[in-house]
Design a protein around this ligand. Structure first.
Ligand code: GTP
Ligand code: MG
Length: 370
């Protein structure tokens, strides 16, 4: 409940704390100057001094905005799927992401495009797919640790010459724990020692059985080097995405997740965020973790300035108070004051928790066993 200290109450009534303590004693309450007294006691006391009291209940603004209001199903529209790539070291995650991006570059962009942020979108059969460039397991662990779910589909890259390796298994476990469907990209099939069937065989041990073997897992042989199979892979991503019926409401204040963030010398704190629901607009105020931002500018993955970013769109955002953390969830609030207030409150709480965690702990056992 609400409370006030004796000292504060005395100050408000322009009276001395001693007078207040005396009055309290007459009411049968023994109090010191810094003691908190509850709203009821304070009210009676103030009335004794001839004041009227109005008790204001401080609203928990944070809770107000943290909770995501349910969308009316009628407001929902299809959104692009969000894909991350996972797999063992050197199995070709980066090469595959690069090859997919470059395959999608239009003639006018000949020579390739420079990707500016850790995410990009491609279009296949007039449908967009969002690829996150963060190493898959990081995306899963860091983000899941903060309760964020960003990925709709995990692409598990397994090199056809190397087969299932420890991090392959780790990746499978992460995706399964997150409840995210897996598409296996059997990579490097151009290599003479490639053995896709051996990969399929190995994966059965982890519950991933290829469709052509009577199972349910989509497995696509690809080569990031020759680009063989990339169209098939995109096709399969869209197919799996379609079954998920991914939807969002573009007509509401945005919320989403910070994908990566850094301090840029010239531009200050910059963050790549993924909008997951609603539309983020330049000028919006948002809270992300213990930081806040008034969105000053937004850039898409090609570095072009954009004014708006809808569901499943990755954008770079300028205007943060400090560098947020990857995995921080963000939500838009009505004004800068609210954004600042919530962020500061969270920062204070975090400092308190860190302080508490750093204090030496003494248990009753320690005291008695000395
Ligand atoms: P880490 O980020 O270190 O985990 O590796 P990665 O999974 O991103 O692999 P990366 O894309 O860096 O590829 C590792 C090596 O495999 C590089 O030398 C690539 O050129 C090579 N490579 C990747 N894909 C293919 C492929 O389809 N065929 C062949 N022959 N080589 C490939
Ligand atoms: Mg890589």
């Amino acid at each position: 409940g609400e409370s006030i200290t004796v000292k504060e109450l005395a100050e408000k009534m322009k009276n001395s704390p001693a007078e207040v303590i005396k009055k309290l004693m007459m009411l049968g309450v023994l109090a010191t100057i810094n003691q908190e007294i509850d709203a009821d006691t304070a009210t009676i006391l103030a009335q004794e001094f001839g004041f009227e009291v109005e008790v204001k209940v401080e609203q928990d603004v944070e809770a107000l905005f943290m909770q995501e209001p349910e969308d009316d199903p009628a407001d929902l529209q299809p959104r692009p799927c969000v894909v991350t790539v996972m797999g063992h070291v050197d199995h070709g995650k980066t090469s595959l992401l690069d090859a997919i991006r470059e395959t999608n570059v239009t003639a006018t962009e000949a020579g390739g495009i420079t990707q500016h942020i850790g995410a990009y979108q491609v279009e296949h059969n007039n449908k967009k797919i969002t690829f996150l460039d963060t190493p898959g397991h990081e995306a899963f662990t860091a983000m899941r640790a903060r309760g964020a779910k960003v990925t709709d589909i995990a692409i598990l890259v397994v090199a056809a010459d190397d087969g299932v390796m420890p991090q392959t298994v780790e990746a499978i476990n992460h995706a399964k724990a997150a409840g995210v469907p897996i598409i296996v990209a059997i990579n490097k099939i151009d290599r003479p020692d490639a053995n896709p069937d051996r990969v399929k065989q190995q994966l059965t041990e982890y519950g991933l059985v290829a469709e052509e073997w009577g199972g349910e897992t989509v497995m696509v042989p690809v080569s990031a080097k020759t680009r063989q199979g990339l169209e098939d892979l995109l096709e399969m991503i869209l197919l799996v995405a379609e079954m998920q019926e991914l939807k969002a409401n573009p007509n509401r204040p945005a919320r989403g997740t910070v994908i990566e963030a850094e301090l840029d010398k010239g531009r200050g704190p910059v963050a790549t965020v993924l909008v997951q629901n609603g539309t983020l607009t330049v000028g919006d105020n948002l809270v992300a973790g213990t930081t806040w931002a008034r969105v000053r500018a937004m850039m898409d993955y090609k570095g072009r300035r954009v004014k708006k970013a809808g569901p499943s769109t990755p954008v770079e955002v300028l205007g943060f108070s400090e560098v947020p953390q990857a995995g921080d969830q963000f939500f838009v609030v009505p004004d800068e004051k609210t954004a600042r207030q919530i962020a500061e409150k969270r920062a204070n709480r975090k400092r308190e928790e860190e302080f508490k965690a750093a204090m030496p702990r003494v248990s009753l056992d320690d005291l008695f066993n000395q």
